[in-house]
Design a protein around this ligand. Structure first.
Ligand code: NAD
Length: 330
């Protein structure tokens, strides 16, 4: 069986080749994203394995179907980049990795919050230059702050538990409140209440047509002045230009983003010797109270092991008899 991997990096190859010792598939690794520009070059592949910034729209999926591809395996949790209806109509199965170390993303979320809050990124640079002054490094306690969590699925829940460990008060919004969090005295509120009351807001819901630009001028206006916002979920949950305006107006006090609206042109690449033409990200990077990481939240050894294990198991099951565990199928 042949599987074409797109958007691959050396670490993908390392973890998948190791796991593939159990299966003996033919794995072909391509660095390029899968999209209209490359899909015609695919020949004799049983499955394609894609990541967050591959774009599988109807046009791409139609060509995959013509080429005899039977399966799209997403090696990530989110699936907003795949036209699911088109794949279903054309008889291509889709699987994903719904859970791979939610703690990896939750811990990175807290790392971003603590970095911004206690300015450790600035302290690190200062001390290396023998500047031991504290001016400008004043932070605030998380203890007894109100943290609003939007989306309390696997990652949101892991983050809530970490936040509770810091002695923060957690309020949450989700379409389906989680009983274990209710038992931990987490209060579910409506979105407007969460916006109005939270000192810190952390986004852990998937990107859907309904919540596209959830954080925009209108919702920002409802928030406390100086609110901290962390987004480790998907870039399009935040209207970036509205967020920039809110940073200039001091409405947003701290912003941590691991995901960015236009990330597919930038993230996972070393662009250190090129001129970046995206003025918006350049402006964001210039703010002292903005922390950007490049879709790194998932990136732990444990998560990569689980991604390769789950993905190859799903592919093996589906290509063999068309079924696998229900929760991985879309
Ligand atoms: P999950 O499916 O376990 O949980 C998502 C939760 O969001 C569910 O409880 C769902 O009811 C809720 N939800 C759906 N729509 C909502 C809305 N409009 N408002 C509020 N809540 C809503 O997913 P998860 O594993 O916790 O992952 C969450 C998201 O994290 C993924 O969709 C993905 O976008 C993102 N993610 C990012 C990284 C990273 O490296 N930065 C890695 C993995 C996942």
């Amino acid at each position: 069986m042949k599987i074409a991997f797109f958007s691959t990096k050396p670490y993908d190859k390392e973890f998948f080749e190791k796991e593939n010792e159990k299966y003996g598939f033919e794995l072909n690794f391509y660095e390029t994203h899968l999209g209209p520009h490359i899909v015609n070059a695919i020949e004799n592949e049983d499955a394609v394995c894609v990541f967050v910034n591959d774009r599988l729209n109807r046009e791409v999926i139609e060509v995959l179907a013509q080429k005899g591809v039977k399966l799209i395996a997403l090696r990530c949790a989110g699936f907003n980049n795949v036209d699911i209806d088109a794949a279903k109509e054309l008889g291509i199965q889709i699987c994903r990795v719904p859970a791979y170390s939610p703690e990896a993303v939750a811990e990175h979320t807290m790392a971003m919050l603590l970095t911004l809050n206690r300015k450790t990124h600035k302290a690190y640079n200062r001390v290396r230059e023998q500047n031991f002054a504290l001016n400008g490094l004043l932070g605030f306690n998380l203890y007894q702050k109100k943290i609003g969590v939007i989306g309390t699925g696997k990652i949101g829940k892991a983050f809530v538990k970490i936040a509770l460990g810091f002695g923060a008060e957690v309020i949450a919004y989700d379409l389906y409140p989680d009983q274990t969090l209710l038992d931990l005295h987490v209060k579910y509120v409506d979105l407007d209440t969460l916006f109005a009351e939270s000192d810190i807001i952390s986004l852990h819901c998937p990107l859907t047509p309904e919540n596209h630009y959830l954080i925009n001028k209108e919702s920002l206006d409802k928030m406390k002045n100086g609110v901290t916002i962390i987004n480790t979920s998907r870039g399009n949950l935040i209207h970036t230009n509205d967020a920039i305006k809110a940073l200039k107006e001091r409405k947003i006090g701290l912003l941590g983003i691991d995901v960015y609206e236009q990330e597919e042109k930038l993230f996972f690449k070393d662009l250190s010797t090129t001129i970046i033409e995206d003025d918006t990200i350049q402006l964001l990077m210039s703010f002292p109270n903005v922390l950007l990481t490049a879709h790194q939240a998932f990136f732990t050894r444990e998560a990569l092991e689980q991604i390769s294990q789950r993905t190859l198991k799903s592919i093996a099951d589906l290509l063999k008899d068309g079924t696998t565990d229900k929760e991985v199928l879309l």
